[in-house]
Design a protein around this ligand. Structure first.
Ligand code: HEC
Ligand code: HEC
Length: 223
């Protein structure tokens, strides 16, 4: 094949990728932020009966198979529910759970879980590998510090201004869930992060680093 043809085909591929479906239909517009600000935790509490068998009555899950939701930032929880409903994050059970919910329901549910304390801390289990990635990242591999986005203590962050970004709380989560979801970002099975913010990071992590980070964050919690 001629070289120029190869270049043209590559360029077409890049253009197609650029036009591919967005990773999420949620945009942090003023309307979305206003909906979240008006989220009603008391109404949310009346909507979570169906969730309790897996996520616990107050969002502290009963088993590592299901992530804990207690203390999570409301915009993040809302976005995940929207993404499941839209099929942007694929999971059969969660899609079925999210499908009947309205946007207002999701905002209220998110407000309810945000109002609950994060799960209790487990026996601390950190390591030099984890501490380095959390606080400094790795300049050579262009991995930014996890803490730069998720906050120094892992309590998440919502940046304001023009470029709103929502970085979830990682503290109080089950280590196995953290490791699984990092592997899913790495393989692209989970691809609902806006601007590849997590896929670009997780794609560079080794199995050992993922395990170390999961133990680090997964053992922090409410003291
Ligand atoms: C049968 C068990 C089950 C039920 C019932 C259930 N969930 Fe889930 N939920 C899961 C599992 C498993 C996951 C992780 C799925 C994945 O890996 O994407 C999850 C993930 C989530 C997440 C994403 C958490 C994160 O940290 O990204 C949210 C939010 C959530 N569920 C909310 C709910 C709500 C609200 C309800 C009730 C309306 C509900 N779930 C009912 C099992 C369940
Ligand atoms: C550039 C900012 C940024 C950096 C750096 C970053 N993250 Fe994230 N992370 C995000 C965003 C944004 C999300 C939410 C994506 C979405 O909406 O699905 C996220 C989601 C996650 C989740 C999923 C949480 C859940 O409940 O499912 C985990 C786990 C995670 N990050 C761990 C890490 C670790 C560990 C590092 C460091 C190696 C890291 N992140 C570095 C921005 C970042």
């Amino acid at each position: 094949m001629s070289r120029i043809l190869t270049v043209l085909m590559l360029a077409a591929g890049v253009a197609a990728a650029a036009q591919a479906a967005p990773s999420s239909n949620v945009a942090w517009t003023a309307d979305t932020m206003a909906l979240l600000d008006s989220g009603d935790p008391e109404r949310g509490a009346t909507l979570v009966d169906r969730c309790a068998s897996c996520h616990g009555e107050k969002g502290v899950s009963v088993s590592a198979a299901n992530p804990s939701l207690a203390g999570q930032l409301a915009p993040y929880t809302y976005k995940q529910l929207m993404d499941y409903k839209d099929g942007k994050r694929s999971h059969g059970v969660m899609r079925a759970m999210a499908r009947p919910l309205s946007e207002e329901d999701m905002a209220d549910i998110a407000a309810f879980y945000a109002s609950q304390p994060v799960a209790k801390a487990r026996q601390k289990d950190t390591s030099e590998i984890a501490e380095t990635l959390v606080t400094r990242g790795d300049g050579e591999r262009l991995i930014p510090a996890c803490g730069a986005c998720h906050g120094r203590s892992g309590m998440g962050n919502v940046t304001g201004g023009v470029g709103i970004a929502v970085m979830p709380v990682l503290v109080g989560q089950y280590p196995d869930y953290i490791a699984d979801t990092l592997r899913d970002y790495r393989s692209g099975d989970r691809a609902n992060d806006i601007y590849w913010q997590m896929r670009s990071v997780a794609g560079k992590l080794t199995d050992e680093e993922i395990e170390a980070l999961a133990r680090h964050y997964g053992t922090l919690g409410d003291e």
